[in-house]
Write a protein that binds this ligand. Structure first.
Ligand code: WTA
Length: 649
């Protein structure tokens, strides 16, 4: 393990335009101790400072991890759209809330002030209400990275509806399942999106998806590219015309702290994606507090997070953290590779971004393509904080990011968290924590970590321990339930190790108490920072084949999906590998498609019929040692050791 320490550069503090929020590690440690020793006092103070309640809360917290019944800020009333829009629009209407950078660098970027944002959000909120959307209803959003997507999220919040954003890379089938599960009456989309020079047919995907969704009565479509779309009269509405009917201010609905703000689907270890529900006050507080302390955000900052709003990173750090803290969020519709690999540098310098938060998968790509001289011309002088998220960042990628984009003058924070945790749980604090390349570092405020021995189930105290990562104290931004399946919520997170929240990741605590994340210990694969369950892919192929999906290390995408497939037919049709890949692209999403498909006669199984993935993983990664395979059965006649199982590539 590389345990080199990189100290925050001396000039970082000296040149800080506003003065950092925390003075240093002593303050972090004192505040952290307080957050663990007296969590209710700590969180109540933070909530009052960072959020605006229209009615104060009387109880900070009830519930426990053992019971999975945590609730925060009881009696309190607030509205997320008020916290993210109105209070800044009132104080400083001309401050820029959103900067949109289009896919193509030749197209104009757009700026939306907080004053204008209030108008956009109010009008759309009025329109949603007119379509019959009521408090508690779930509205599905399927949109590219444009300001209207944020208007849509905040418009839902304004009237107390719950938003369910579906990543615009998901297929029509995947979107249909999510709309049905959410029982949405309204879906919001665009004519098209644009990514990497290509049109993304968002409206066409929605059209296909809603064919099987009788619950949907309205599809609201924003005009974005002007591309042709098909139209269903009576159901489809152009937002641009419709919104003119509604006033530019409607008041925000007071919501209870525990009312749900959003639903977001994520993959777990079983086949069906789970709809994770987040609360209003607790979630917003997690976003605001980590934005303030982990990223050291100040109101004049311009925060550029490359995370898509279809994932939790986009929810918390493209939308909610920057807006609740009243700074400017820079949103980018394109990719790091189009029209050239310097696109991120262009966006950062053009919009004078102070923060840049991205994923190791993009960094690995850029590291292989960018030479120092390619990026020398860009003015990165405003940039103060770099951040990484989504998967472990290898020390060499960390150093490349720190040196080439950060010019060794910035602070780089590796942030570990999950859809379910709502906000960061382990991270180095910008400008405060001495950094270790490749290490997520130290727990965030209020996060009481435990490393557990997976065999004995006992907590491993002290340093130099390896096990699975868990949390032993509730925190406000934790997900409250899985939609329609609270038992699954309990079983996945709280019943594995009683009294603890189980993350599903392995971790190591080093000699300094720093946490190194070692990746998932369950059946979840992380491809380019996208989380996907192996069984979800396996079940999508079930009709055609018996499949084992294996995540194998990949230089570019972190992990790559390999499918080992035993067909149900005696003859192997020509081109079957491509057909299976296409099937997965269509039934789930392109990012879930296997990089390689191996057709085998039979899959190695235990005597009780369970596929032995351990052996397949070793075969695919080229490891020679299989361990004990005495109980492995495979019906291939000449083959006892399973090695010649792979018939063709
Ligand atoms: C992984 C993304 C190492 C981890 C925010 C986790 C990370 C899963 C890091 C959650 C990191 C996320 N270092 N691993 N900094 N950040 N992960 O729900 O396996 O899409 O459990 O949330 O990503 O993925 P999710």
């Amino acid at each position: 393990m590389d345990s080199e320490v990189v100290h925050v550069p001396a000039e970082w503090r000296a040149q800080h335009p506003h003065g950092a929020h925390l003075t240093g590690m002593l303050e972090y440690r004192a505040l952290y101790e307080e957050s663990i020793r007296s969590p209710n006092t700590f969180w109540a103070k933070q909530a009052r400072e960072l959020l605006s309640f229209s009615h104060g809360f009387h109880t900070t917290h009830i519930g426990s991890l053992a019971k999975g019944n945590n609730a925060w800020f009881l009696g309190g009333e607030l509205n997320a759209s008020f916290c993210c829009v109105d209070r800044h629009a009132i104080a400083d209407p001309d401050r820029v809330a959103i900067i949109h950078e289009p896919d193509d660098s030749c197209d104009a970027s757009r700026e939306i002030t907080y004053g204008d944002l209030l108008g956009h959000v109010s009008r759309l909120a009025g329109c949603l209400r007119a379509q019959g959307v009521q408090k508690g209803d779930i509205v599905t959003i399927y949109m590219p990275m444009i300001p209207e997507a944020i208007f849509a999220m905040l418009a839902c919040a304004r009237i107390g509806a719950v938003h369910s954003v579906v990543f615009a890379g998901f297929s029509a089938d995947a979107l249909r399942d999510r709309i049905q599960d959410a029982n949405s009456k309204v879906v919001i989309t665009t004519d098209e999106g644009r990514r990497g020079g290509k049109a993304i047919p968002t409206k066409a995907v929605v059209d296909t998806a809603v064919r099987d969704c009788p619950c949907v009565s309205t599809v609201l479509t924003f005009k974005h590219t002007g591309g042709d779309v098909s139209w269903t009269a009576g159901r489809d509405m152009w937002c641009d015309e419709e919104l003119k009917k509604y006033p530019s201010y409607i008041s925000s609905e007071p919501m209870h702290s525990e009312d749900y703000l959003f639903l977001l689907y994520t993959s777990g270890s079983t086949g069906k994606p789970k709809g994770v529900l987040h609360s209003t006050a607790g979630y917003l507080l997690g976003a605001a507090m980590t934005g303030k302390y982990v990223f050291d955000i100040h109101p004049k900052d311009r925060f550029f997070c490359s995370g898509d709003i279809g994932w939790i990173t986009g929810h918390t750090y493209t939308v909610y953290a920057p807006l609740v803290l009243g700074c400017t969020t820079v949103i980018f519709e394109g990719t790091p590779a189009y029209p050239s690999f310097t696109r991120y540098w262009e966006v950062i310098s053009k919009h004078a971004a102070t923060h840049f938060y991205t994923a190791p998968t993009a960094l690995r790509l850029l590291k292989s393509k960018i030479k120092k001289r390619d990026v020398e011309e860009f003015n990165m002088s405003q940039l103060r904080v770099l951040g990484s998220v989504g998967e472990p960042i290898a020390p060499d990628t960390w150093k490349w990011f720190y040196n080439s984009m950060g010019d060794q003058k910035m602070t780089l924070t590796d942030t570990y968290w999950q859809t379910e945790t709502g906000s960061h749980i382990v991270a180095s604090l910008a400008g405060v924590t001495p950094m270790k390349p490749g290490c997520a570092s130290l727990p965030c405020f209020g996060i009481d970590l435990a490393i557990i021995d997976p065999v004995s189930g006992e907590e491993l105290k002290g340093n130099l321990v390896v096990g699975v990562l868990a949390i032993k104290q509730p925190w406000p931004s934790m997900a409250r339930t899985i939609k329609g399946n609270h038992d699954r919520y309990m079983d996945t997170y709280f019943n594995v190790y009683k009294g603890y929240y189980f993350t599903g990741d392995g971790a190591y605590r080093d000699q300094d108490g720093y946490i190194w994340i070692r990746g998932r210990v369950d059946d979840v694969v992380n491809v380019s920072g996208h989380r996907i369950s192996t069984s979800e892919i396996e079940s999508s192929l079930l009709e055609h084949a018996e499949t084992a999906i294996i995540g194998v290390p990949d230089e570019l995408t972190g992990e790559a999906i390999n499918a080992v497939v035993s067909l149900k037919t005696p003859v192997i049709p020509l081109g079957i590998e491509q057909e299976l890949i296409l099937h997965i692209r269509q039934s789930i999403a392109p990012f879930a498609a296997p990089k390689k498909v191996f057709i085998v006669k039979d899959l190695p199984k235990t005597r009780s019929g369970k596929i032995v993935r351990r052996i397949l993983r070793k075969l695919l990664t080229g490891e020679k040692e299989f361990g004990d395979i005495s109980t492995v059965r495979c019906s291939s006649p000449k083959n006892e050791k399973c090695q010649p199982l792979i018939l063709r590539l």
